[in-house]
Design a protein around this ligand. Structure first.
Ligand code: NDP
Ligand code: 8X3
Length: 249
């Protein structure tokens, strides 16, 4: 079997599609997430190339231990896809739930930090690797209700650039993939299980699909070794930019 990818948030959406794509291409995948039943289902379906690893990326000690918590034949990890993340709520900043903000920072910012710090040393020791972060258009463009979610994704983009600055000449490539409107479980999570409200987000549009992002990740990691794709911003064709808000008296 081929090299190993370590994918956080492999239980649904982009992470699941990325796991399927890498396995289809002959790679092994350490597939991480909290819903371990889904990880075992992936293993049952895709076989020994998948190692299911129960992991909450907010748990610093668990993430540091996870870098060594897979069978020897899976190591060292060649590609980290730091994908686990979430948005909670879409309300204005003056009414947002502070616990939601904490959870987004703990997951999207601190969980990413822990994942990078845990996995990059083995890439450096092996003389090569690739960190793929999943940012968002929300990290570049503000929108009402995006508040802390967008800010966490700006962190993702800047950390990816700063990782390049640190790791250049060590054979470690870094790519931030920044999707727009994409249909996954993202909106069900954002609206706390309200499936009807979530479905409305994708009504009458053709959003990005998880396979589109898996394809983009695969493209980025299979570029020739002498180039690095710094960032990729990708929107659904139906999505574009709006005007600035101007409030008139
Ligand atoms: P999903 O809700 O379908 O998937 C999110 C994944 O993240 C799940 O596998 C979930 O696993 C995992 N996750 C969440 N919290 C944790 C945690 N504390 N520890 C470990 N894993 C966790 O949404 P997407 O596939 O859309 O989201 C993937 C990434 O893409 C996120 O970072 C999101 O911000 C980003 N993104 C999404 C866009 C969209 O419109 N869908 C657009 C741009 C970026 P589990 O719950 O089992 O732990
Ligand atoms: C998810 C895309 O536009 O809903 O990151 O924030 S958006």
């Amino acid at each position: 079997m081929g090299p190993t990818a370590f994918v956080t948030g492999a239980t649904s959406g982009f992470g699941e599609a990325i796991t399927r794509r890498f396995v289809a291409e002959g790679w092994r995948v350490v597939a991480c997430g909290r819903r371990v039943d889904r990880l075992h289902a992936l293993r049952a379906e895709l076989g020994d190339a998948v190692f299911p690893l129960e992991l909450d990326v907010r748990d610093r000690e668990a993430v540091m231990a996870a870098a060594e918590s897979f069978p020897e034949e899976f190591g060292p990890v060649r590609v980290l896809v730091a994908n686990a993340g979430l948005a909670l709520g879409l309300g204005p900043a003056d009414r947002a739930d502070l616990d939601d903000w904490d959870t987004m920072v703990d997951t999207n910012v601190k969980g990413l930090m822990y994942s990078v710090r845990a996995l990059v040393p083995q890439m450096v020791a092996a003389g090569g690797g690739h960190v793929v972060t999943i940012g968002s258009v929300a990290g570049s463009y503000p929108y009402p209700g995006g508040n802390v979610y967008g800010a966490t994704k700006a962190f993702v983009a800047q950390l990816a650039l700063n990782l390049r600055a640190d790791l250049v000449s060590k054979g470690i490539r870094v790519t931030d993939i920044e999707p727009g409107l994409a249909e996954t479980e993202f909106s069900v999570v954002r609206f706390k299980g309200d499936a009807e409200k979530a479905a409305k987000v994708y009504e009458g549009v053709e959003p990005i699909r998880p396979d589109d992002i898996a394809d983009t990740v695969w493209w980025a990691v299979t570029r020739p070794a002498h180039i690095n794709v710094n960032r990729i911003e990708i929107m659904a064709e139906c999505q574009a930019f709006g005007p600035f808000q101007v409030v008139r008296s």
